[in-house]
Design a binder for this molecule. Structure first.
Ligand code: GAP
Length: 454
């Protein structure tokens, strides 16, 4: 069965249900910048928490870091970003649009009918020139006298420049990792496809420091581990793949990179990159800062510069993939039901408590149930509108369970639990409800779209 999801449907649901809005909308928006609303914040926070859980809670060889966005300019000299973090840019002198020279084949010219840049007679493209993607700003009160600094284009360098600090204080030795989540900034020439490529985004990066001889083994380990993470959180395995970079695609620091790709409505695209960065970064910072950045085994006296395996993911891009994979429509009693089949652990709201009617003591009991549940998980109370309308709203934000308080509740203190995916309704005693929902939340889950696709 064909997947009904399109990027337009995702953008529209995100706006309608308060997940993501275009930024500065009342002023007409700024290109490719977005603000997250209530449910978007809850969803992206759950994605990030699941990443932290996989990095920190489920292992004991990774520690956390939160480094600054503005760092010493020399960081970017050493990392190679100042010289080499560029995209080839071409301008059209006629329509004044700008394109990435290496994406001309996928770009649309500003004229009608829409052709690729350079294909219209009037097109007048410049030669490609390198355009650095780092945003510049000035530190100090007077612009002219201040120092030029950059908004970080990746979180990774904050980890490398703290290698010595962490080694001293964490009581770790290779193999071990340092993980960080935070905002990064890139002045992309052609951002687009909603939150897939923006100029301001959040990364989830982990630098795993290993003895050089162990690098190939750990590279394979992290490929498998990162693919497993997406599948465990409900992404359909047939919509995920690993793709090794060709030699001419490799970044300046990488001796091997594979991307985890997802089958977005725009086609297979990168979700996350896993790179073998060798000793490039530690050696570069050691040379520029004149510091020894190496591991010394105090027992054996052995010293070496560790190699680095880096799984680098995007929180916004992962959130988009989870939304796309979850989006579904089905016919129920002659009407189209739109829903997000999100993994319950990712769902912004786990349970909605709904009195069937706004009278007969039902709201009071529902409030009591809600007060208990909200101590355990993200819950929502809703008594406005018809029950059908309230179910539809919860379906669209991906709430896995809706608890309805009805006239029977007042007689036997049981409620119905409606399952978002199967639409099954079970009667559960109020006293057992919290434990039952916690059990369901912990249970393995896979997308019902999977069995239907098969
Ligand atoms: N430290 C390595 C690094 O930054 P990258 O492949 O450039 O590698 C890692 O970025 C991840 O960050 C990407 O796989 C993607 O998920 C996310 N990302 C990169 N640029 C992005 C952008 N402009 N908008 C949204 N996410 C982006």
């Amino acid at each position: 069965m064909a997947d009904v999801v399109t990027m337009e449907k995702i953008v529209s649901l995100c706006k309608r249900r308060g997940f993501v809005f275009p930024s500065s909308e009342i002023y007409g928006g700024v290109g490719s910048t977005y603000d997250y609303g209530h449910y978007g914040v809850l969803l992206k926070t759950n994605v990030k928490n699941e990443w932290w859980r996989a990095m920190l809670q489920e292992r004991d060889d990774v520690v956390a870091l939160d480094s600054a966005i503005i760092q010493h300019p020399k960081v970017w000299e050493a990392s190679g970003h100042l010289a080499g973090f560029t995209d080839p840019l071409v301008d059209c002198r006629t329509c004044k649009l700008r394109f990435r020279a290496d994406h001309i084949g996928e770009s649309a010219c500003g004229r009608r009918p829409s052709l690729h840049p350079g294909e219209h007679e009037e097109c007048d493209l410049t030669e490609a020139r390198d355009f650095n993607l780092m945003f510049e700003t000035t530190v100090g009160p007077v612009k002219e006298e201040g120092a030029t600094v950059y908004l970080r284009p990746e979180t990774a360098q904050g980890i490398f420049v703290n290698f010595k600090n962490v080694l001293q204080f964490s009581r770790k030795k290779p193999p071990f990792g340092i993980a960080q989540i935070g905002k990064s900034f890139r002045n992309e020439i052609t951002p687009g496809n909603f939150v897939f490529r923006t100029r301001e985004f959040e990364q989830m990066e982990m630098e795993f420091f290993v003895p050089p001889a162990e690098a190939p083994r750990w590279f394979e380990h992290w490929l498998a581990e990162r693919e497993r993470w997406y599948v465990e959180l409900g992404i359909r395995p047939d919509h995920l793949r690993l793709r090794a970079h060709e030699a001419d695609e490799l970044s300046h620091y990488s001796s091997g990179t594979s991307d985890v790709e997802y089958l977005f409505p725009i086609g297979w695209s990168e979700l996350e990159g896993i790179a073998n960065r060798g000793d490039f970064d530690l050696s570069a910072h050691a040379a520029h800062a004149r510091e020894k950045l190496e591991y010394v085994d105090t027992a054996s006296g052995e010293r070496y510069v560790p190699y680095v395996i880096e799984p680098a993911a995007g929180a916004d891009r992962a959130t988009l993939a989870f939304l796309v994979d979850a989006y579904d429509e089905e016919e129920v009693e002659g009407e189209t039901r739109t829903l997000l089949r999100l993994h319950p652990r990712l769902a912004p709201v786990k349970v909605a408590v709904l009195p069937l009617v706004k009278k007969d003591g039902q709201p009071e009991v529902a409030q009591e149930v809600y007060a208990d549940l909200r101590r355990r998980m993200q819950a929502e109370y809703d008594e406005g509108g018809s029950i059908g309308k309230r179910y539809r709203r919860q379906d669209e934000i991906g709430t896995p369970w809706s608890v309805t308080v009805d006239h029977q509740t007042l007689e036997d203190r049981t409620v119905t639990v409606r399952d978002r995916d199967s639409l099954a309704q079970d009667r559960v005693a109020i006293d057992a409800l919290g434990d039952e929902l916690e059990r369901r939340l912990r249970a393995p889950w896979s997308s019902p779209k999977l069995s239907r696709d098969a």
